[in-house]
Design a protein around this ligand. Structure first.
Ligand code: DAH
Length: 375
C-alpha cells in the first residue's frame, strides 16, 4: 500500500495554466478505505507534510488530502455505502482524521505565510543610515560672490532688493530719465517683448539694467533708502568671450539727507577691499548716464603679474555711478529739494571674472563640471 501511495504523485496547474513549482505530493487515493488504511495514509501524510516548505506545496497537499475532490472526499462517499457496523467503526476515525488534517493544514498555512512575509520584509529592508557614495554639489561662483557681496552690504546697513526681469519700458527707461527716442536707449541693445497693449508706457522689455529697481524701491518706500539689487539683465549682444546676452549686475542706491560723492567712494572701496581681501584703490572720473548728475565712471587699480613675471598695475573700468538725477527722484515720488543720493551699477559677472581670472564669460553659463569644480 505504502509503495502504491508513493508512486502517485501529482502535477497541478493553476487557472493561468502555470505549473505549480512544488515537491511531488502523493494523491492519497485508494480503492477501499479501512481503519488500517487510514492509519497508513496518516503516517504517509505526516512524512510528506513535515517536509513541506512552500505554500505552493502545501496547497497541493491540502487539495489532495482534504479538499473537495480529494482522497478524503472519496472516503466519505465510500462511508455512506457501508453497513451500520462498518460505519460505526470507520466513521469516527474518518472524522478524527478530517479534523486533524484540516487544522494541521490551516496552521501550516499561517506559519508559511508569516515566514514568507518576514522574508519579504527582510529583503525589502533599506538601511537609511548607510552612507552611499555621493558627489557633493557646490554653489556656482556667481552665487558665491553674490552672497559675499550681499553680506558685505547688509553689514553696512543696506537692504537686498529684487524686481522683475520682464519690465515695463517706463521703469527700465522713462522713469530713469531716458526719454523715448533718446540715443541712450540704443546704447543698451534692448530685447523688446511683444505686447498687445498699445499704451507706450506699458510696453515691456527684458530689463537691460538693474537700475529699474531704484524706481520700484523708491515708489514703494520713498526716502530714505539704502539698497543693493543683484540680478540678471539682458542685452541683444553678439556673444563672444567677453559679451553675453544675459549677465548679472548689482545696482546700488542710497538716498538720504546730505549724501555726497565721498559716501559713494567710501562704499565702493569698502566693498571691493572685502571682495578681493586686500585694500583696493579706485578712481572716479566724469561719465554720462541719463539717470545721474553728475555721472561718473569708477575705475579700479588692478595689480597683476605679466608674462615676464613682473608685477604690474593698471586702471580698469569697474562701474557706472553718479548722484541721482533730480528727475529720477521726482519720477519716484521723492522730493529732490529734500533728498540727495548716489547710485552705482556694476557687472557682477565681470567682477567674478576678475576675481578668479576667468577669461571667457561663456564658461559661467556652460554648466561644465571641470570648470565649476574649481570653485
Ligand atoms: N545701468 C547702467 C548700465 O547698465 C550702470 C549704471 C550707471 C548704474 C550709473 C547706475 C548709475 O546706478 O548711477 O550700464
Amino acid at each position: 500500500m505504502t509503495s502504491d501511495l508513493k508512486s502517485q504523485y501529482c502535477t497541478r496547474f493553476s487557472s493561468e495554466k502555470q505549473i505549480f513549482v512544488c515537491d511531488p505530493i502523493p494523491l492519497f487515493m485508494s480503492e477501499k478505505v479501512t481503519p488500517e488504511h487510514l492509519q497508513q495514509v496518516h503516517k504517509q501524510a505526516l512524512e510528506t507534510f513535515n517536509k513541506i516548505e512552500t505554500l505552493e506545496s502545501l496547497q497541493v497537499f491540502t487539495g489532495n488530502l482534504v479538499g473537495k475532490k480529494s482522497a478524503m472526499g472519496d472516503w466519505f462517499k465510500q462511508l455512506k455505502a457501508l453497513d451500520v457496523e462498518a460505519k460505526k467503526e470507520l466513521g469516527p476515525k474518518l472524522q478524527e482524521f478530517k479534523t486533524y488534517w484540516e487544522q494541521a493544514c490551516l496552521d501550516k498555512q499561517n506559519q508559511l505565510e508569516t515566514q514568507a512575509l518576514n522574508q519579504k520584509l527582510a529583503s525589502d529592508f533599506i538601511d537609511v543610515t548607510q552612507a552611499y557614495p555621493s558627489q557633493k554639489g557646490a554653489l556656482h561662483p556667481l552665487s558665491q560672490v553674490q552672497r559675499h557681496i550681499e553680506s558685505i552690504f547688509t553689514g553696512m546697513g543696506f537692504e537686498i532688493a529684487d524686481g522683475p526681469e520682464v519690465e515695463t519700458e517706463w521703469h527700465n527707461f522713462d522713469a530713469l530719465n531716458v526719454p523715448a527716442n533718446h540715443p541712450a536707449r540704443d546704447m543698451q541693445d534692448t530685447f523688446f517683448v511683444n505686447s498687445k497693449n498699445d499704451r507706450s508706457d506699458l510696453n515691456s522689455v527684458l530689463r537691460t539694467q538693474t537700475s529699474n529697481i531704484q524706481i520700484r524701491k523708491m515708489l514703494e518706500n520713498g526716502a530714505p533708502v539704502r539698497i543693493i539689487a543683484p540680478g540678471r539683465v539682458y542685452r541683444n549682444e553678439d556673444v563672444d568671450a567677453t559679451h553675453d546676452a544675459m549677465f548679472y549686475q548689482v545696482e546700488g542706491l542710497v538716498v538720504d539727507k546730505d549724501i555726497s560723492v565721498s559716501h559713494l567712494k567710501g562704499t565702493l572701496e569698502t566693498m571691493l577691499s572685502a571682495v578681493f581681501a586686500k585694500p583696493m584703490k579706485i578712481r572716479i572720473r566724469p561719465g554720462y548716464f541719463p539717470f545721474v548728475e553728475p555721472g561718473l565712471e569708477v575705475d579700479i587699480w588692478w595689480e597683476y603679474i605679466d608674462k615676464n613675471g613682473e608685477e604690474k598695475g593698471r586702471w580698469l573700468e569697474f562701474c557706472g555711478a553718479g548722484m541721482v538725477h533730480p528727475n529720477v527722484l521726482r519720477n519716484s515720488g521723492v522730493d529732490p529739494e529734500e533728498f540727495t543720493g548716489f547710485a552705482f551699477g556694476f557687472g557682477l559677472t565681470r567682477l567674478v571674472m576678475m576675481k578668479y581670472g576667468i577669461e571667457d564669460i561663456r564658461l559661467l553659463s556652460s554648466n561644465k563640471r571641470e570648470f565649476l569644480q574649481q570653485f
